[in-house]
Design a protein around this ligand. Structure first.
Ligand code: 13P
Ligand code: SF4
Length: 327
């Protein structure tokens, strides 16, 4: 038995895409009939990415949700906190999530009651909440950030404030190192991003010498130390587009490579390996399927419904982030 996992290498699509399936065509037809905009996270399956209006990271999709003025409906293919975010920034729209059970282990690692109790004991702390959290946690935060703007947001926090960063200890530790700010870390993490293996990543580096290693900041410190660049999924796209390298090692959820191979011709993308597997898919992101997307557009359900007091409280730190994050 081999003592290491074999690598999974994906080549660029180079424009050679198969024709859309009847189900994908049905989704496009229903989307038009419903005057819906389809926002799709970079971790969604390739077949869903292909019918999207926008594919992007949490930050880009938050701006798209806020800007969706002409649509009657926003359909969000991502996880629950992402669809909730769309509702918070654009409350007059009907927001649909094909798989409402699509949660997030990171969001679950910070229950709002525990954060409220901690804040009551430490009222001096300034709470920066990673967008991967519930609306209830957002409502307790001073400002929200994403992996794409965490450094910029933390740098804007008044210098005399001590920061509490929730819920991701890995992103929080990375941003503390980037900014030199004193940050208290909530002990949460993403079950998928902590699985990447330094040993297997080093073997991938040996197999593809010189290939840049791109690592999501939700990974643990020893994995981040292997990176040429630690960044959000959207910045991975920008980096690979601008780089002359032929091969890239992508240490984040594996469906990210669907976006890369469609948008960047003539390259190879190696999926970041874990100790036991050549790839690493988020089980929550996978809960959305093309069938559920079709049903959701047909039935205009399941819908994100939120208490207005909660929504308007959660909107304050979220709109602050959108404002601070502008160039
Ligand atoms: P992005 O901020 O790159 O969209 O990542 C979100 C996420 O859930 C990572 O696991
Ligand atoms: Fe949450 Fe991790 Fe899945 Fe991202 S990859 S949605 S942080 S469980």
């Amino acid at each position: 038995m081999s003592d290491s996992v074999s690598l999974q290498v994906f080549e660029s699509a180079n424009g050679a895409l198969p024709p859309l399936s009847p189900l994908q065509e049905e989704v496009l037809r229903l989307k038009k009939e419903r005057n819906a905009v389809l926002l799709v996270h970079n971790y969604q399956s390739e077949e869903i990415q292909r019918v999207a209006d926008f594919v992007g990271d949490s930050l880009g999709l938050s701006y798209q949700a806020a800007a969706a003025k002409d649509a009657d409906v926003i359909v969000f293919c991502g996880v629950h906190f992402m669809a909730e975010t769309a509702k918070i920034v654009n409350p007059s729209k009907r927001v649909l999530l094909p798989a409402p059970e699509a949660g997030c282990s990171l969001a679950d690692s910070c229950p709002a009651e525990e954060l409220a109790a901690f804040k009551a004991a430490h009222p001096e702390l300034y709470v920066v909440a990673y967008i991967n959290c519930s609306a209830e946690v957002k409502a307790l935060a001073d400002v929200i950030c994403t992996s794409g703007n965490a450094k910029k947001i933390v740098e804007r926090v008044p210098a005399d404030k001590e920061i509490l960063f929730v819920p991701d200890q890995n992103l929080g530790a990375w941003v503390a190192g980037q900014t030199g700010r004193k940050i208290r870390l909530w002990p949460g993490s993403c079950y998928a991003h902590v699985l990447f293996s330094v040993r297997e990543i080093r073997k991938a580096k040996e197999a593809f010498p010189g290939a840049p290693v791109l690592v999501h900041p939700e990974c643990v410190e020893s994995v981040r130390a292997e990176a040429d660049l630690v960044c959000s999924t959207e910045k991975m796209v920008d980096f690979c587009k601008a780089s002359a390298a032929e091969t890239f090692i992508i240490v984040t959820e594996t469906n990210m490579i669907a976006r890369l191979r469609h948008e960047i011709p003539g390259k190879k993308f190696v999926a970041g390996p874990t100790a036991t597997c050549a790839c690493n898919e988020c089980r929550f992101m996978k809960m959305n399927t093309l069938e559920k997307l079709r049903d959701c557009l047909r039935d205009l359900a399941p819908e994100i419904v939120m208490d207005e007091t909660l929504r308007s409280r959660a909107a304050v730190p979220l709109l602050r982030m959108l404002e601070w994050s502008k160039a």
